[in-house]
Each structure stands twice: as structure tokens, then as C-alpha cells.
Ligand binder design. Structure first.
Ligand SMILES: N[C@@H](CCC(=O)N[C@@H](CS)C(=O)NCC(=O)O)C(=O)O
Length: 424
């Protein structure tokens, strides 16, 4: 018998086991035609989980409920337990972060979100304030940890990352807007890196950050509200009306479905045509193996169109946090991955500089148009981790700096290069 997971395919608690299954090579199937509020109320379901909540995993040895327990079972099934670290202390830390993800992060996101959506606890402003400040405290601690760690434990993804990311997913997709999360830049980097890993993407799909905080919904249906008004007796003693917690129709907030809108044209496509063909420059860069200065750099300036394109230097704002080489390199790789959306309009070089920590990260970018494109600023949160300065190409010193960045000149500004990465 294979493992059958009872849940719908939009349930972040079910994602935990499904992603763990991808990493550990375990086959888990979602039960077909699961209907929230119906399938989990049948006597057969209640036999598997007496509280009637999802997810539940059916195993050859009987059912398991509670999503973290299910994810642990799946992660350990194959015996090698790659998702649990490689020592007793790592195992303990995986458990530590699983508890933190559940009790400090998920609890506070849920206490903020669900009352607004009209389920669970009634909406009470002081309770909301308390959950927001508890959530900020948790995210601040997580942010500090992630400033010098790519993952929660050790040097690869563990079950703790899977559970933390699924919990953050609920927040990022429903209530944690950019203006809230930008206070926690390392959490942002971590979250977007995780959800873009193929094993996460396969299960969660594309993630979009909430653009606004959901408005407070009434916990009563319009018909119930009418009833309340009708039945209100004049001399009824004044007492707080106890709100019936509304039964969730959906097990989890689901991305609201929007009618597909025609894709607006990127404003950069509306600029006057340029004589510079970005792909030609990228080809020249990639194909030049010798005489780089004479061939590629000279070719670059020959084709450069200062009206259709602009050049930008960027400097990482938090270089003193770059104390671990591979974490710094991962940060830069993540940035370049997230710049994928600008491939048609940009070319970049990112240098990781220094022979020891703290490493400096500096870059050079060529963008279509005269500004850093707005859609890049909006969609790639890494942009705000850097100071941006437009290159003045009439200044020979700046031009020479551009050349050195394109050709990975070493030493660069007197220092060795740890790495040079190219976005093309
Ligand atoms: N601690 C549980 C929470 C399960 C839970 O709250 N499930 C929700 C959907 S995400 C549910 O089944 N709600 C239905 C209900 O409350 O009757 C877990 O992690 O599995």
C-alpha cells in the first residue's frame, strides 16, 4: 500500500509532507476528490483522526495525523534521514527549528490572519496587535540567524527548512506584505530561495507575495446578520454579542482566483529601438576566450548605446555580515536567480571580493533604459540590499572600473576575488 495523504492540494500543512517526500524519494499520493468540510467529517475519517482535521496520512501501519508528525514520518521512512542533519546535535536543532516554526511563526501568523478572514478567534484589535508584535519578535530572531546561515541547520536543506517555509508561505502569500517583510531582509532572501527550489516549486507552484492585508470580514453570513437585527429586543441587557466562529469553507485561505488579464507590455519594450543588441553583447562576452580587453571590452564600448541603456554600480549594504564565504556566494547566486525576470533587459557582473571575511559584494549592471527598471525594483527584493550608483561614462576612472568588473580583473581595488558571477 502506498502512502495516501488526506488533504486538498492547496493545504500548506499537506505541503510539508509532500515536499519532504520529494527530497527523500518517498511516494505520497493525495487522496482523489478530497472535499474540505465533507471528506474530513465522514465516520471513516474521524476514525483516522478524532478531531476531524487535515492532513491525515494513511500508512500500511495505520493512520498518522498532525502535519509535523506526518512530515517527520515521511522524512525518516527511507532510513538515511537526509532531512535530519548528520549528528545528534543537528537532529536536536532540526527539532528546535520545527518547534520554533510552529509555535513562534505559524501560531502568530494564524492569530493575525484568521480572525481577519472570519474564522477561528473573533477579530479583536488588541489581540491582533499582540500577535503582530510576537511575530515580529520571532522573525527578528530568525533574521539574525539567517544573516550568517543559508539554511536553518547545517549546510543543506532539512525538514526544519521545509516546515518553516510552508509556514512562512501562508504568511507571505496572505498577509505579510513587502512593507512588513522588508524589515527582515534575510528572512526574505531565505524564503524566496526556498520556494524557488525545484522540489518546493513542484508542490507549491509559483508564489506571489500578498499586496495588502486582508480586510476584516464579518464572521456572520448576511442572512445571520439580518436575523440578529430582527430579533434584537429593545430592553435586551447590553452585553457583548458572542460571535459564532464561522466554519471555514475552505480549509486554508486559498489564492483568490482572478480572471486572467491580458499581460501588459513591459514599458522597456516601448522604448525607442536601440542600436545595441543585448544578445550580441552577451554572445561576444561568452565567446571571447583570449585578448578579452581588445576583443570583448572594446566590442562592448563599440556597441554601447548610452541612450538606450544605462550602466550601474551596486554595493551590498551589509558587507560586515558576509562572514562566511559560502553563505555570501549563495546570497549572490540567489540574487542572480531572482533576476531571471530581467534576462531580456539586463547584463550583470557580481564580484565577491576579499581573501578573507568579511567579503565585499559589488556589482556592475547594464539595464535597458535610463533607470534601474521599476519592475525589477518591485519584484526582486535583493535590489534594496544594495546601494545603486549610475555610471558616468564620461568619467574615465568609472569607465575603467566598468572594464575591470566585466573582465574580473584581479586584484580588484587592491583585493583578491573570491568569485565573479555573471548574469547574462
Ligand atoms: N495542528 C494541525 C492543524 C490542522 C488544521 O488546523 N487543519 C485545518 C486545515 S489546515 C482543518 O482541518 N480545519 C478543519 C476544522 O477545523 O474542522 C496540523 O498541523 O496538522
Amino acid at each position: 500500500m502506498s502512502l495516501v495523504l488526506h488533504a486538498s492540494n492547496v493545504n500548506k500543512n499537506a505541503f510539508k509532507a509532500l515536499i519532504a517526500a520529494e527530497y527523500s524519494g518517498v511516494k505520497v499520493e493525495l487522496v482523489p476528490n478530497f472535499e474540505m468540510g465533507v471528506s474530513n467529517k465522514t465516520p471513516e475519517f474521524i476514525k483516522m483522526n478524532p478531531i476531524g482535521k487535515v492532513p491525515v496520512l494513511e500508512t500500511p501501519d495505520g493512520p498518522v495525523f498532525e502535519s509535523n508528525a506526518i512530515a517527520r514520518y515521511v522524512a525518516r521512512l527511507k532510513g538515511d534521514a537526509i532531512l535530519y542533519g548528520s549528528s545528534l546535535i543537528e537532529y536536536a536543532r532540526v527539532e528546535q527549528w520545527i518547534d520554533f516554526a510552529s509555535l513562534e511563526v505559524d501560531t502568530n501568523i494564524s492569530r493575525w490572519l484568521y480572525p481577519r478572514l472570519g474564522f477561528g478567534q473573533p477579530y479583536l484589535p488588541p489581540a491582533e496587535e499582540a500577535s503582530i508584535s510576537a511575530l515580529k519578535r520571532a522573525l527578528d530572531a530568525l533574521n539574525k540567524h539567517l544573516a550568517s546561515n543559508t539554511y536553518l541547520v547545517g549546510h543543506s536543506i532539512t525538514l526544519a527548512d521545509i516546515i518553516m517555509t510552508c509556514n512562512l508561505f501562508l504568511g507571505f502569500s496572505r498577509i505579510l506584505t513587502k512593507s512588513f517583510t522588508s524589515e527582515f531582509p534575510h528572512v526574505e532572501r531565505y524564503f524566496w530561495t526556498m520556494v524557488n527550489q525545484p522540489n518546493f516549486r513542484k508542490i507549491i507552484g509559483e508564489v506571489k507575495q500578498a499586496e495588502s492585508i486582508p480586510p476584516v470580514q464579518s464572521t456572520k453570513k448576511p442572512s445571520q446578520l439580518k436575523e440578529t437585527a430582527k430579533n434584537k429586543v429593545k430592553d435586551e441587557p447590553k452585553k457583548e454579542v458572542k460571535k459564532e466562529p464561522a466554519k471555514p469553507k475552505v480549509e486554508e485561505p486559498v489564492e483568490e482566483e482572478e480572471a486572467p488579464k491580458p499581460k501588459p507590455k513591459n514599458p522597456l519594450d516601448l522604448l525607442p529601438p536601440s542600436k545595441m543588441i543585448l544578445d550580441e553583447w552577451k554572445r561576444l562576452y561568452s565567446n571571447t576566450k583570449t585578448n578579452f580587453r581588445e576583443v570583448a571590452i572594446k566590442g562592448f564600448w563599440d556597441m554601447y548605446d548610452a541612450e538606450g541603456y544605462s550602466l550601474w554600480f551596486c554595493d551590498y549594504k551589509y558587507n560586515d555580515e558576509n562572514t562566511v564565504s559560502f553563505v555570501t556566494l549563495n546570497k549572490v547566486s540567489g540574487f542572480l536567480q531572482r533576476m531571471d525576470l530581467a534576462r531580456k533587459y539586463a547584463f550583470g557582473k557580481m564580484l565577491v571580493i576579499g581573501s578573507g571575511p568579511p567579503f565585499k559584494v559589488k556589482g556592475l549592471w547594464l539595464f535597458r533604459g535610463q533607470d534601474v527598471p521599476q519592475f525589477v525594483l518591485d519584484e526582486c527584493y535583493d535590489m534594496e540590499l544594495y546601494d545603486w550608483r549610475k555610471v558616468d561614462i564620461n568619467d574615465e576612472a568609472q569607465k575603467e572600473r566598468v572594464n575591470q568588473m566585466i573582465e574580473d580583473a584581479e586584484p580588484f581595488e587592491g583585493e583578491a576575488l573570491l568569485d565573479a558571477k555573471c548574469f547574462k
